[in-house]
Design a protein around this ligand. Structure first.
Ligand code: PGA
Ligand code: ZN
Length: 424
């Protein structure tokens, strides 16, 4: 039984405050969870409550959310059986009472929701992935390693926010990760030799100024080759365009030009011809449903089109997308929706609708590794959690290495099968 719920303000990887929650059960077990935070957030995300008190942390304090956990959410769930996640999440949503969790804050709710699951897992003496996924949890995800950071995650001229290495040709997760790491180091050497900066962006990727977005893809192709891998066969590449960030008044401001959705679609088509591109996230803006319909018609059979700002991990928005044949994959970020139950619902809806699901970190992260366990629990086959640098990113990869060890011969690496649309 849930006996007590405690919360505090801690810091995330950008030095901004965030919420950490401890849930104590009557058998003495404790679950602890910390909440991530985005920079290129979607307009339809659940509400992140910040104090707005300019005297503290430039207004970004989360004392109100912490107080909401202590005064409202904790009392609302004390006495519940910790394994009744669905009832608990419902009680949390009701305690808030709004559509988008704006009263107590999705950051308050999520901290409690995840800490409950961790306490319940501990109480059942199970690793989190096993507790959440049951005996069928066994698929290790292909990592999308974001090794070049642009857009809102870097102070450079590169429009596209993220360029990934996707080592899908490996036999195991640990081999895949090693391939990605070796290529990351090759990329660093290459940047140095070209006189480009090797400073890091928010997600641990390099953040050089470059003549074009294609130049970033060329750097990846060269690094894959230098590291001794076959582009496409061993390591594919991917993008998070985060195009909502450069969509204003109906036009996409890209590489200094004003583009229509059709222009961008043509651009992606050319990229698909020229690079082993396996996934494109947020290729169009969060409200550009017509553009998305055209894009999915034209390119949806050849590449994974991932809705991040478009779907915001919201089962209702995803259902709309499925009905309109928009995109074919969903990015899954626990704090976009704010409870574990709704997150699992979004993944389940995607999976039974022929959409893939990609478990994801935020650009502001903590040492919390829940998403690694969630990726295996759902057998989603894909995870996006940054470069293999900066401990808040690496923590997730390290947790997957532990899970792989725990599963031993039962572990299956998703590999190419995670990308049913990719032929290269
Ligand atoms: P965010 O970026 O956490 O800043 O939103 C990650 C993403 O866009 O996928
Ligand atoms: Zn994104």
């Amino acid at each position: 039984l849930i006996e007590a719920v405690d919360a505090r303000e801690i810091l995330d990887s950008r030095g901004n405050p965030t919420v950490e929650v401890d849930v104590l059960l009557s058998d003495g077990t404790v679950g602890r969870a910390a909440v991530p935070s985005g920079a290129s957030t979607g307009a339809f995300e659940a509400y992140e409550l910040r104090d707005g008190d300019s005297e503290r942390y430039l207004g970004k304090g989360v004392r109100k959310a912490v107080d909401a956990v202590l005064d409202q959410l904790g009392p609302a769930i004390e006495g519940f059986e910790a394994s009744e996640q669905r009832l608990i999440d419902q009680a949390l949503i009701e305690a808030d009472g709004s559509d988008n969790k704006k009263n107590v804050g999705a950051n308050a709710i999520l901290g409690v929701s995840l800490a409950v699951a961790k306490a319940a897992a501990d109480s059942a003496d199970l690793p989190l992935f096993r507790y959440l996924g049951g005996p069928n949890a066994h698929v290790l995800p292909v990592p999308q390693l974001n090794v070049i950071n642009g857009g809102a995650h870097a102070d450079t001229n590169v429009d596209i926010q993220e360029f990934f290495l996707v080592p899908l040709g490996a036999e195991t997760f640990s081999e895949s990760l090693r391939w990605g790491v070796e290529t990351y180091h090759a990329l660093k050497a290459e940047l140095k030799s070209k006189g480009l900066t090797t400073g890091l962006g928010d997600e641990g990727g390099f953040a050089p100024d470059l003549p074009s977005n294609r130049a970033a893809l060329d750097l990846l192709m060269e690094a894959i080759d230098t590291a001794g891998f076959r582009a496409g066969t061993d390591i594919a590449v991917g993008l998070d365009v985060a195009s909502t960030e450069f969509f204003h008044d109906g036009v996409y401001r890209f590489e200094g030009k004003d583009l229509s959705a059709a222009d961008l679609i043509a651009y992606y088509g050319q990229l698909l011809d020229d690079y082993p591109l396996v996934t494109i996230e947020d290729p169009l803006a969060e409200d550009d449903w017509e553009g998305y319909e055209q894009l999915t018609r034209e390119l949806g059979r050849a590449v994974q089109l991932v809705g991040d700002d478009l779907f915001v991990t919201n089962p209702k928005r995803l259902a709309q997308g499925i009905e309109r044949h928009v995109a074919n994959s969903i990015l899954v970020k626990v704090n976009q929706i704010g409870t574990l139950t709704e997150t699992l619902d979004a993944v389940a809806l995607a999976q039974r609708s022929g959409y893939t699901a990609v478990l994801s970190h935020r650009s502001g992260e903590t040492e919390d590794t829940t998403i690694a366990d969630l990726a295996v629990a759902t057998n989603a086959g894909q995870i996006k959690t940054g470069a293999p640098a900066r401990s808040e990113r690496v923590a997730k990869y390290n947790q997957l290495l532990r899970i792989e060890e725990e599963l031993a011969d039962a572990a299956v690496f998703a590999g190419r099968s995670a990308f049913p649309r990719f032929r290269a």
